[in-house]
Ligand binder design. Structure first.
Ligand SMILES: [Zn+2]
Length: 140
């Protein structure tokens, strides 16, 4: 359930970024305006779901998320087209992947979930978490 909740938070941030980048387009045509409207509606739906289910909302500042190593916070070097490699811990990934990992890392930090594992990004560490911590029904 934490993954689902975190999913809301991260997805919400991705939407905010998408809406902002769409807003920057000059001479918006009808189609672009429709996409922005659609995104706003989904964003509002997520907000509503979060309110209804008590999902923590993490507002992540996406600035610089692709210029910092998600593992050790060092500045990665460019090794090729959109490829970045960290000189300190040798973590290497696509620029977008690094950006996403950093947004997730910042979201985890804001939500107070430490040690979000990079190996299994879709399932934050569940082992030391009481399964009923979020008040889920015990026998489902
Ligand atoms: Zn590193």
């Amino acid at each position: 359930m934490i993954a689902k909740r975190l999913g809301y938070a991260v997805a919400r941030e991705d939407l905010t970024g998408l809406i902002n980048s769409l807003r920057k387009i000059k001479n918006k045509d009808h189609r672009t305006k429709l996409i922005i409207m659609g995104c706003r509606r989904i964003a509002r739906w997520i907000d509503w779901q979060e309110e209804k289910h008590g999902v923590p909302l993490a507002i992540v500042n996406p600035n610089g998320t692709s210029s910092e190593c998600p593992k050790c916070d060092s500045k990665p070097e460019e090794t090729g087209y959109r490829r970045l490699r960290c000189p300190r811990c040798e973590f290497e990934a696509d620029r977008d992947v690094i950006g996403k990992l950093n947004i997730r890392k910042r979201a985890l930090k804001i939500l107070g979930i430490s040690g979000g594992s990079l190996a299994t990004p879709s399932t934050p560490q569940m082992t030391d978490v009481n399964p009923n911590r979020w008040g889920e029904p015990m026998n489902s």
